[in-house]
Design a protein around this ligand. Structure first.
Ligand code: NAD
Length: 456
């Protein structure tokens, strides 16, 4: 490591001696023309022809399904034709929002049987993702499936197989991976601006009741308005429980806890930015500290993940945290740390911080400059900034739009999506294994390349 630092320092000094200092420190990303003004990335969107209409249907018309549908409808040529949900209130809402002529049903197979549906958005609770996605692809539909792709590690291979057998476009909904912020972070990492990656961390802080999954339960919730038998038809049998239906995230039969809900986004972004396939060792700790409302999952969770050296990256460690009793509520971040600096990454901005400043009083530097025949006057220099923030241009439509647009474009052009079934599984698996580690109180071992669990 010392040798590497020495080599990079030598390279750095050589560059410094031959060109203007401010234009050469570190990578070409901190070039002079990028320093004074912010460097903006601009995303281009394809225009469409008259025959490019894509008819979509929504399965699971709750919070995220509604949001995904609204996003899809912003894309020219996308039309919503049908909606499926197990609760009457959602179907009524769908007609109010999107028109009385929308076909609605509680039976998702009725959606899959429709010839006028090209693609479905699957935004049900997690325990339905695998079955509906597989059935949809076999029915000839393209699928945008919400994260996490699956409810348990064992379910992943069936989705990958269905995508490969049917050739349908399948995109998992961790929308950050298509954002300008993630793209810029990938570019910065590749340029070497933070040096060699050795550590990453991510964090989510929440406090409000609704934020931590105590959703309001409608007054009319009953077996008259909810198809409870279908809801639990792939889970253990139980009498109707409105909390288990409307606050499903708190229960392991349907949800995937903090790791499946939130860590999975951080895995998706991290894997996109680094090109990683995932960690090989996973261990978790945490506890239920405050929300004693019958939930089966912790409200404070820490996960530690070891990434082995791979073709795309050096070995590094990842630390993820989630706290639902956090007075600072609303904070979230993803940080990548390297030997020369770090990056704080969001979907529409990246802040690059570098720890290397030029000190022209440094005897090492003076000696080296002398050896290179360069005079050191002792005069102070113009230095590049130690921190630069890249912001998306005003009016940027955001990661959710880019991700959905990526899906629709792939349908229209036969192209590729950012987050296919293999990518989605490699992001979901470490999150799900983090839960397994927490509940089993043991580390989990995973082969990210072969996508197989390993014995301890
Ligand atoms: N990408 C993101 O940022 C993001 C954000 C929130 C949620 N999500 C994901 O979206 C999914 C839905 O989450 P949500 O917050 O919208 O939940 P929600 O409870 O608001 O909505 C789920 C809907 O699915 C319906 N449903 C349940 N089982 C069904 C079935 N078998 N067939 C048809 N409909 C069914 C429910 O009635 C409900 O209306 C989850 O997988 C979640 O992880 C992703």
């Amino acid at each position: 490591m010392k040798e590497n630092n020495e080599a990079s320092r030598r390279g750095f000094l050589k560059k410094l001696a031959t060109t203007a200092a401010a234009a050469t420190v570190g990578s070409n990303l901190i070039a002079a023309d990028n320093i004074g003004s912010f460097h903006y990335l601009k995303q281009q969107y394809n225009s469409i022809g008259a025959n490019d209409q894509v008819n979509i249907a929504l399965i699971g018309a709750g919070g995220m399904g509604t949001s995904d549908t609204q996003t899809a409808l912003q894309i020219p040529g996308v039309k919503l034709v049908a909606v499926c949900d197990l609760y009457d209130g959602r179907l009524k809402d769908a007609k109010t929002k999107w028109g009385a002529d929308i076909f609605t049903t509680k039976v998702y197979k009725e959606i899959l049987n429709r010839k006028d549906v090209d693609a479905v958005i699957v935004a049900t609770p997690d325990h339905w993702h695998q079955q509906i996605s597989v059935d949809a692809m076999h029915a000839g539909k393209h699928v945008y499936c919400e994260k996490p792709m699956v409810h348990s590690v064992m379910e992943g291979p069936a989705v990958i197989k269905a995508q490969q057998e049917t050739g349908k476009v399948f995109q998992v909904g961790s929308q950050g991976v298509s954002s300008l912020g993630n793209e810029k972070a990938k570019e910065i990492l590749k340029s070497g601006a933070i040096g060699e990656l050795n550590y990453a961390e991510g964090f989510w802080a929440r406090r409000g009741a609704v934020e931590v999954w105590q959703y309001p339960i409608p007054d009319d919730a009953s077996t008259q308005t909810v198809d409870w038998e279908t809801y639990i038809s792939n889970a253990p049998k139980r009498p109707f429980d409105s909390k288990r239906f409307f606050r499903w995230r708190n229960y392991t039969d349907y949800g995937t806890g903090m790791a499946g809900d939130l860590f999975v986004h951080l895995f998706s972004s991290l894997h996109f930015i680094t090109g990683s396939m995932g960690p090989n060792k996973i261990y978790a700790s945490g506890g239920l500290r405050y929300w004693n409302d019958g939930r089966e999952v912790p409200d404070v969770l820490l996960g530690t993940f070891d990434y082995a050296k791979a073709a795309a990256h050096p070995a590094f460690n990842l630390s993820l945290r989630c706290n639902f009793v956090d007075g600072t509520s609303g904070t979230t971040y993803l940080k990548l740390v390297g030997s020369e600096g770090s990056m704080d990454i969001t979907w529409d901005s990246v802040t690059l911080k570098r720890n290397k400043a030029i000190d022209n009083n440094d005897p090492f530097y003076i000696e080296k400059m002398k050896q290179m025949g360069q005079a050191v006057s002792g005069r102070k220099m113009m230095l590049p900034p130690e921190q630069i923030t890249y912001d998306a241009e005003k009016g940027y439509l955001g990661g959710p739009y880019d991700h959905m647009n990526n899906f629709i474009n792939a349908i229209r052009t036969g192209g590729k999506v950012t987050e296919d079934a293999i990518f989605g599984y490699r992001a979901a698996a470490p999150a799900l294994l983090c839960n397994d580690s927490y509940f089993k109180n043991a580390p989990m071992f995973w082969d990210p390349e072969k996508m197989k669990m390993l014995k301890a």
